[in-house]
Structures are given as C-alpha cells and as structure tokens.
Design a protein around this ligand. Sequence first.
Ligand SMILES: [Zn+2]
Length: 236
Amino acid sequence: MLAALPRKEYQRLLARLEPVTLTFGEVLYEPGETIRHVYFPSTSLVSLLTLVDGHLAMEVGLIGREGMVGIPLVLGHNESSVRALVQGSGTAMRMAAAHFRKEFRLSLTLRQELYRYTHALMAQISQTAACNRFHVVETRLARWLLMTHDRVNSDRFHMTQEFLGHMLGVRRVGVTRAAQALQKHKLISYSRGDIAVLDRSGLEAAACQCYEVVKDMHDGAQAGRAMRKMRNSAAA
Ligand SMILES: [Zn+2]
C-alpha cells in the first residue's frame, strides 16, 4: 500500500514509520482495546478475528501487503472491534496512532488509498460472512489458501490444523477432511502444518466464487494505484 503513494508523500511518512518484525501468534489488538499503532504488512500476514461467547474466534478478514491494519482509525474510531492476530510471520512498517491521525489529515492521497482499501476490506468481510454460512469447508479452505497465496509471495507456508480451524470456523477433523480432499486432487500437499500449493489453477477451480469477488475488489484498488504510480514516475 505504501509503495503506491507518490514518492514525496512516502518520504514524509517514512520519518514516522518504524520497521518491525511480526511473529506468528502475536496479537496486535484485542476487541475493545485502544489502537496504539497502525501496521502496513510487507511480508507478514494479519488475520482479523471476531470473537463469539468471548472465546470462539473466527476469521472475518485477512490483511497483507495490499492493506493496513488499524482501519477503525480511518473511520474516526480509536478502538478495534476485532482481534488482530499475526497469522504469518514477517516484516511490516508501523506508525503510532497519533502520527497516523495527523498524516491522514494532511495527505489527500493517503486518505484516498485508505478509503479505497477500507471499501475493499468491507467487501471482504461481508463476503466472508456469507461464505461461512453458505459454502462448504472444502471450497472455503481452497479460497483461504488462495488468499494467503496471493499475499505471501511463496508456494509454501505453515499453518497448524488448530489455526486453520479458527480461520474456517470448523473443528480440526473438518479441516483434516477438507485438506485431504484437496490433497487427493493434487492441488496441495499438507503435512504437519506445512502447506504447499501444487496446482494454483486447480485450486481456483475448487474455491467458491467468493474468492474472485473479493479479489476483484482489491484488484480494482490496485489497478488505480498502478495507474497513479505510472503517472507519478512519468511526471518525475
Ligand atoms: Zn464462499
């Protein structure tokens, strides 16, 4: 997301940004907690989880290099309504909430980028709600694997069964069955939490349509960014 900003804006923001390494399982926000930092993931991956009955968690959103963690601040709220959990270790840039509020007021481009992204994230969250209700685990697992694959820049990633269960809102046995089905069709290999994507287009065919719907929303934002980037480099 930051890479899409005009160079001058990015340079100014850099002074306020701090590189951090996020570790798998780290909680960035809990529901009701004041947001102290916003995060721009680069190689890390952050999952937004809604809690039910105080302990059952289910993923409603996934944020990687295309977005920012801390969207409530964009909408004028200081607290998170969800748990933000690091789902893939890696790097990110973070900015203190007070600095972010100031930069957000100052920069029209940053505002535009974040409004566009917020809209795409809202689409992702609402699509996920419907997907969890209407689509079977196997197609949802395929969708989730594709979303992760898009964001991590690698064909291999690590994810325990327990964690996958939270992502999909099913028990471990449900995860096992769905993973076995995908494995049987040689779309992935899955062993002790090590997942390898073997057949990307096969996985796309196995996923529910929700994947495409959400991807188009995010790509729409990206296409806009790519165009702006082109304009900026042409002007430079
Ligand atoms: Zn679906």
